[in-house]
Design a protein. Structure first.
Length: 60
């Protein structure tokens, strides 16, 4: 059962990194957010979700 949670975390982290690189943030910010998500997958994802750079396209 724990491997399912691991897969979910991995997929969410991949989605976050894809959104980071699609954002209008600076290159340095993109690199720092990506390192944060890779180093601390759960905490990094939550931090990115709450305060990280948003993608260029707004969701309505």
């Amino acid at each position: 059962m724990s491997y399912i949670l691991g897969i979910v975390v991995l997929l969410l982290d991949i989605w976050a990194v894809m959104n980071i690189f699609g954002s209008s943030a600076s290159a340095l910010a993109k690199v720092l957010w990506t390192i944060g998500i890779i180093a601390l997958p759960v905490v990094g994802f939550i931090a990115w979700f709450l305060v990280g750079p948003k993608s260029r396209t707004a969701l309505a």
